[in-house]
Design a binder for this molecule. Structure first.
Ligand code: UDP
Length: 157
């Protein structure tokens, strides 16, 4: 893999789906020059929710979080690019959408700590991106391809 090939897990949460913001979220990641290599519209069940948010088990917001993330369909995605995990986090903005900076997805479109539209793997948690990709996608669901625009996105492509 080249250094433009880091993969990260991203999800438009149920509030984003309900509010018709899937396209907007995809568009912002595309605009940055990231490449979608997997995507599926799906319903998360209790078991997957518990597994995905295992690190938050026992915290006061955990049950509400599981209820929210299973409350309606999500659009789960895998995105690829240089430093993709951290770049997606930068585009997402802070967890609390009330505090997230304008220009970020949460800052521009969100209003709430719980209902904050988007999930992206934590870049400070080593390997979280690969773990989450595996949890949601089979290898066969990921597409190996390269944008024809790569040479225009990256100076050293
Ligand atoms: N969350 C919440 N209350 C809190 C903290 C987090 O409802 O006090 C929810 C929120 O939807 C957040 C998710 O739990 O996106 C996971 O929390 P994390 O700290 O991992 O934030 P993220 O990585 O999504 O920014």
């Amino acid at each position: 893999m080249s250094h433009h090939d880091e993969r990260t897990f991203v999800m438009a949460k149920p509030d984003a789906v309900q509010r018709g913001l899937i396209g907007e979220i995809v568009s912002r990641l595309e605009g940055k020059g990231l490449t979608m290599v997997g995507g599926k519209f799906m319903q998360i069940d209790e078991e997957l929710a518990h597994e995905h948010y295992a690190e938050h088990e026992g915290k006061p917001f955990f049950e509400g979080l599981v209820e929210f993330i299973t409350s309606g369909p999500v659009f789960a995605m895998v995105w690829e690019g240089a430093d993709a995990t951290r770049q997606v986090r930068r585009l997402m903005g802070e967890t609390d959408a009330q505090e997230a900076a304008p220009g970020t997805i949460r800052g521009d479109l969100g209003n709430d700590l719980g209902h904050n539209l988007i999930h992206g793997s934590d870049h400070e948690d080593e390997g979280a991106n690969e773990r989450e990709i595996e949890l949601f996608f089979d290898d066969s669901e990921l597409v190996d391809w390269e944008h024809d625009t790569a040479a225009w996105v990256y100076e050293d492509a």
